[in-house]
Write a protein that binds this ligand. Structure first.
Ligand code: SAM
Length: 257
């Protein structure tokens, strides 16, 4: 199992520190988008966390199942009304299989970058596809790598400078596509810090991972309200459709190997 980053302390404050992601202008279009794709099928969330999206989807009548590594995050979810109607599995979404097939699998809030190797990201696409019914979709919401903002010779860029929080991205490996995000804030009059590695990944590389998993790009937008994706977009919402069943060797089913 990978190391659990979302420990007790992070989980307890997750909803408060993610307040921007709970804004109705952010949340409602995302729920609407995902609900549309799920229709009368079922949805599987990779990294369900505290249920930010799963709960409103469930309250629209959609059957939702979630996988997450972090018991503390799932405990926060279990305390919320409606959570008893959501299936939960503790596990790594790279390898964990749950029963049933789904119209939609989704992985939001930049969480694909928590997987810090290309192999894990590829395996995650394969696992997402393996849960989909034919024609089902895999949706990812993730930032576009911000390398154009890093001048030659530099490695660090501030992404949040407020009295309540300082955040810096440190690009430690331009070959392996690794950055560390460093956070500093004051809580109970004490300085708190949190740093973690992320593997940033290009949209085109994600498309290739999808192809390896038997999926094809269907839509790419700059956000949940379907704003056009351009070379100035800082993040994207991408939808890949399952177009082929793959065998265990990663080849289309029916091939010799
Ligand atoms: C940024 S939070 C997002 C939570 C929720 N999807 C949301 O939008 O609010 C990322 C979540 O993914 C989980 N996670 C990260 N890597 C994981 C992995 N490899 N397998 C399962 N869960 C993972 C974390 O424990 C955490 O709950």
């Amino acid at each position: 199992m990978p190391k659990i980053r979302f420990d007790e302390q992070i989980a307890r404050r997750y909803d408060e520190t993610s307040a921007d992601w709970y804004q109705p202008t952010v949340l409602e279009p995302a729920v609407h988008f995902l609900a549309d794709l799920t229709g009368d099928g079922a949805a599987l969330e990779f990294g369900i966390g505290t249920g930010r999206l799963a709960l409103p989807l469930r309250s629209r009548g959609i059957r939702v199942h979630g996988i997450d590594l972090s018991e503390p995050m799932l405990d926060q979810l279990r305390r919320k009304s409606g959570s008893e109607q959501i299936g939960l599995t503790v596990g790594d979404f790279v390898t964990t299989r749950v029963d049933g097939s789904f119209r939609l699998t989704y992985l939001v809030y930049n969480t694909i970058t928590n997987l810090t190797t290309q192999d894990e990201q590829v395996a995650c696409f394969r696992n997402a596809a393996a849960h989909l019914e034919p024609g089902g979709c895999f949706v990812i919401e993730v930032f576009v790598p911000g390398l154009r903002r890093i001048p030659p010779g530099e490695r660090v860029r501030a992404f949040d400078v407020r009295p309540s929080h300082l955040g810096f991205d440190e690009y430690t490996d331009f070959v392996g596509q690794i950055l560390y995000s460093h956070h500093y804030w004051i809580e109970d009059s004490e300085l708190r810090t949190f740093s973690a590695p992320y593997r940033y990944v290009w949209p085109s590389e994600l498309d290739l991972m999808a192809r390896l998993a038997g999926m094809t790009l269907r839509e790419r937008w700059a956000g949940w309200t379907r704003e056009p994706f351009t070379d100035a977009s800082t993040s994207h919402v991408s939808v890949w459709e399952k177009t082929a069943e793959m065998n265990r060797y990663g080849n289309p089913a029916g091939s010799p190997a």
